[in-house]
Write a protein that binds this ligand. Structure first.
Ligand code: ADP
Length: 459
């Protein structure tokens, strides 16, 4: 079920990511495509404008009669074909000829045969052409300044038209300079193909990498989901034990025909014990869930650790002597040491550690509590001469419901939450907790809390 949900979410994340990326890439492709077309057309237009303008300024001062081809035409355009008499010399001029051309602008017309220059009279009839052959040119004649035309083979041309005037200011006709857009069209086809194949390939790669990234991103969620599941199952198991005991007690009593007062009393005592156990467990669970939502203790006040340890010594001395243990403390700091903390929580933290030390130390041993001041921290050590903890267990004992010897812990009234709560309290006070232990020799739990100073410093 969990794997299914994990995979489904992973697929969704990857699909969304790929879709968004496809949109972004597609948009970028479109922009690049448009920018390229515009840049290319602009460069063509500038070229056409320059060629048409130069020809116009060279030819126009020599025009005498509308529609008549003057000698200057052949001078400037040696390969000019006349509509009436054909092309006198269709040979492309040599490089030296082009180089000596005094106007130096027409090499482009012949260079790659991409340009044409044609002269049109006032009745829109072509009278002379240079560059491409007459039959290769677009047949439509219009005199708009800028036009895009198509020839019979479907090739596109961009064309600039300028009006020519005779010396006595009559309209001579028009000069039209055009350039084939074949190269642009070929490049655009290549670009379209690149985009058509490149885009799906990159989307596929983006999809694959986002699938991988989604897996990585979901790993912590998966881990915490598993922890939550484990926690729920452990909590239910712990709650079930006292509930089952209460149920069994009640069933036994119901089966009895007569119940003496003493039996009834014993039954109630047993039910109360199980009920207390349940209440403690629920309280601990609530406390842990509150810690999960908080990052800092809210009710923080200066709390004197010396007084707190003295109180704890008093509280636990009876328990220790019942277990035939010696309990002592040494307060190495001459002045009372304060921490800014929630006093109830700090009390709970050390109660858990001392209760554990007593629980897991055999009779005849001792439990010792030390308070030290180290740089900015108050250091409290709870040391015992108990059963000790194996190195591989030391990292796990702070996990919720983790118990090394479940039967022993349960018989001692432990639920496996004591150290988890201790750790949560320490973390919420920005401190740290660690354990040093040797199997069979004993353990020392070391708690560091940020010290807020001595009483004099706090005043
Ligand atoms: P429990 O309620 O079982 O004591 P804790 O969270 O307090 O749960 O402790 C987790 C486990 O760590 C215990 O079950 C016990 O095995 C081990 N442990 C804790 N304190 C000590 C100690 N002072 N000496 C040896 N083992 C300890």
């Amino acid at each position: 079920m969990q794997i299914k949900l994990f995979n489904k979410t992973r697929w969704r994340l990857a699909a969304w990511y790929a879709m968004v990326m496809a949109l972004i890439l597609g948009l970028c492709g479109l922009i690049v495509y448009q920018v390229m077309i515009r840049a290319y057309l602009l460069s063509i237009d500038l070229e056409l404008e320059s060629v048409a303008g130069t020809l116009h300024s060279v030819i126009e001062p020599n025009l005498k009669q509308p529609g008549r081809i003057e000698p200057v035409f052949q001078l400037v355009l040696p390969n000019l074909c006349l509509a009436d008499s054909g092309c006198p010399n269709q040979q492309i001029p040599s490089h030296s000829q082009l180089a000596h051309n005094r106007h130096g602008i027409f090499s482009a017309v012949y260079k790659d045969k991409e340009y044409y220059i044609r002269f049109v009279n006032t009745s829109l009839k072509v009278i002379a052409v240079a560059g491409l052959k007459l039959n290769e040119l677009p047949s439509t004649i219009r005199i708009d300044v800028w036009q895009t035309l198509k020839d019979s083979q479907g090739n596109r041309y961009s064309q600039k038209s300028l009006e020519l005037h005779t010396q006595d200011n009559q309209t001579w006709g028009y000069i039209q300079v055009g350039r084939s857009l074949k190269e642009l069209d070929n490049r655009l086809v290549a670009l379209k193909l690149t985009l058509a194949f490149g885009l799906p390939t990159s989307i596929f790669l983006v999809g694959a990498s986002s699938w991988w990234l989604a897996g990585l991103a979901m790993r912590p969620i998966d881990r915490s989901y598993k922890q939550m599941q484990q926690f729920t199952s452990d909590a239910s198991h712990e709650l079930r034990t006292p509930l089952a005991a209460i149920n069994a007690t009640v069933e036994t009593i119901l089966d009895l025909e007569h119940l003496s007062e003493q039996e009834a009393r014993d039954t109630f005592i047993s039910i109360r014990r199980q009920n207390n156990r349940l209440a403690c467990l629920v309280q601990d669970l609530l406390l842990l869930s509150r810690f999960d939502q908080k990052t800092q203790a809210t009710d923080r006040q200066p709390c004197c650790l010396n007084d707190l340890i003295i109180d704890l010594m008093e509280e636990f001395s009876a328990l220790a002597s019942n277990a035939d243990l010696e309990i002592s403390s040494s307060l190495e700091h001459s002045q009372p040491l304060y921490v800014l903390a929630d006093e109830d929580q700090i009390l709970r933290l050390f109660s858990n550690l001392i209760a554990n030390a007593i629980k897991y130390t055999p009779a005849g041993g001792y439990v010792h509590i030390t308070l030290k001041h180290s740089t900015n921290d108050a250091v409290i050590e709870v040391k015992d001469t108990g059963i000790g903890i194996a190195p591989e267990e030391q990292v796990r004992i702070f996990d919720r419901f983790y118990r090394i010897d479940t039967a022993r812990s349960r018989s001692n009234g432990g639920s496996g939450l004591g150290l988890a709560i201790a750790k949560a309290i320490v973390e919420v006070h920005k401190g740290s907790i660690e354990v040093q232990s040797q199997l069979g020799k004993g353990s020392t739990f070391i708690v560091r809390l940020p010290a807020s100073g001595t009483e004099e410093e706090l005043v």
